[in-house]
Design a protein around this ligand. Sequence first.
Ligand SMILES: Nc1nc2c(ncn2[C@@H]2O[C@H](COP(=O)(O)OP(=O)(O)OP(=O)(O)O)[C@@H](O)[C@H]2O)c(=O)[nH]1
Ligand SMILES: [Mg+2]
Length: 344
Amino acid sequence: MIKTKNPQASHEHEHEHEHDEPQDAPPPAPLSGEPLGEEPAGPHRCGFITLLGAPNVGKSTLLNRLIGERIAITSARPQTTRNRIPGVLTRPNSQLILIDTPGLHDGKSALNRYMDIVAHEAVGDSDLIALIVEAGVGPDMQVGVSQITLRALETLRAHEKRVFLIINKIDRLPREHLLPIMDAYKDSYPFEQVVPISGLKGDGVEGLLRALSAALPEGPALYPEDHITDLPERFFAAEIVREKLFRRLDQEVPYSTAVTIDTWRDLGERGTTIEATIHVERDSQKGIVIGKGGAQLKEIGTQARQHLERLLNTRVHLRLFVRVEPRWTRSERAMKKLGYEERR
Ligand SMILES: Nc1nc2c(ncn2[C@@H]2O[C@H](COP(=O)(O)OP(=O)(O)OP(=O)(O)O)[C@@H](O)[C@H]2O)c(=O)[nH]1
Ligand SMILES: [Mg+2]
């Protein structure tokens, strides 16, 4: 299980690998390690908050920012997240169980349907929805409400969900552009609050956190203080390899990849040996993942290993294999084999 690290150790590590960290990674200092600001006195609060929204609006970046650890993979490509990813943040007077979800979209493959189901199921489980939208989309920074968001709002209305509208990426536009965006959304739902933020830079995030905490139902913490997530280390190892694939490969190739962990050996002081397989849909994609003389695969392996060493806080020996699972994104059976299985 992944738990909060010793802040000192994690800081040193971060420094050591400073230059490996991709440009868009959230900064190391976790919010939970900074002064938390004022929390209203009163009863302890605890609840589930689902982060929902179109692909690429910044849900996973925000989850990581709130938790203070890079547990959810992120990339500049839409449809990076494929699973429900819980992250727990414990504050002095509240515990927030945040759920990252795949971006809502209407793709028709079995994998697309799976992702859509995962996102919708997470809605049912939550006390609050954080609906995330981008401030200004496309080259002219359009402010309209997307069809995807409108459809999500219909579902939320049917379930009478309490919704925070989070306008993300405000670092990309001048402040005076915010008002028209808020205006565009104003009649689309009785939002509990509308909060502009930059998940990447951190603007407005502490305020958001306070508002979310205050809106949760009263109740005791459900997890111990140092608990961050329920998912096993193996899941995160596979996700980290997938993140590198999403960041390094072009066009359709990342969407045809899945990663499974084949062996995991703990060698004590000598670290951990992990063998993983990258599954692609076609022979040609296998060639692309491996690259000329194996260069691409080697680079993916190096980046994933460094990221894993930071997460696991130990030396990692990572061996990657590539194999073809023909048209797996179209077959529920093949998907199940690769770990994409419905919960219910
Ligand atoms: N400028 C800016 N970019 C952001 C911000 N938040 C996220 N991004 C970028 O937007 C891209 C998508 O971020 P993700 O967090 O992966 O988005 P997501 O909503 O989880 O995407 P899916 O998992 O594909 O649905 C990445 O390149 C992020 O760096 C922000 O506040 N400002
Ligand atoms: Mg995501």
